[in-house]
Unconditional design. Sequence first.
Length: 254
Amino acid sequence: HIQYGGNTSCIEIACGGERIILDAGTGMRNLGHWLVRKNVRRATVLMSHTHWDHISGFPFFSPAFSPDYEFEVMAGHLRSDLNIRNVFSGQMTHPFFPVPLEVMKAKVNYTDFTAGESFVLSSRINVKTARLNHPDGATGYRIEHRGKSVCYVTDTEHVIGKPDQNILGLIEGADLVIYDSTYTDKEFPAKIGWGHSTWQEGVRLCQAANVKSLAIFHHDPEHEDRFLDEMEAEVRNTWSGAFLAREHSRLNLL
């Protein structure tokens, strides 16, 4: 996992002076150090869902321990008797973690919404959401800024031969779609019910929705660099608009 990385999901989006963080996987630890170095004092964290691989970086997110920082954490998949603050607090309890959520001195506001809603993060950033097909639920996002759009669609499982209309509506005409491509079409039948999709389905959806570019994301940990290199060659032969996501990679859409 040298070329593609081994941390779990965490993506930073810079929209002018605003910062959006997609998920709080183990990559959030390194992101925290980066934000400190760049003196970024405020960000919005949009959660796809709260399985371990998407939340376990938050207790190691160094800016959250400083009163100089401010964060909004939002989730759209939780049922009414559970909220995102309780989820984050629950993983920072004994015997899982030595200190509680309350030791974090940053100003953190936790907000729950219902997937399918739209909202505005600032006067220039519009966010649309959609419900995804994943155990315990998940939320997909479309972030729009200055005429550009990025969609984050993970974790989700497709039905063979039936394109997900929620996703098609969310990603229509997007500049970039980051899509759950954990498996290949060949692997997928044995993984039905696990809540993930394939890079080929990502290509099919993006081509049907007139998407400009697809980031193949959420690699299966069993797919080592050699496997992913071979997969990337197949991806390039399938659609020039698709590429494999790599840890620390940067894209400029403006």
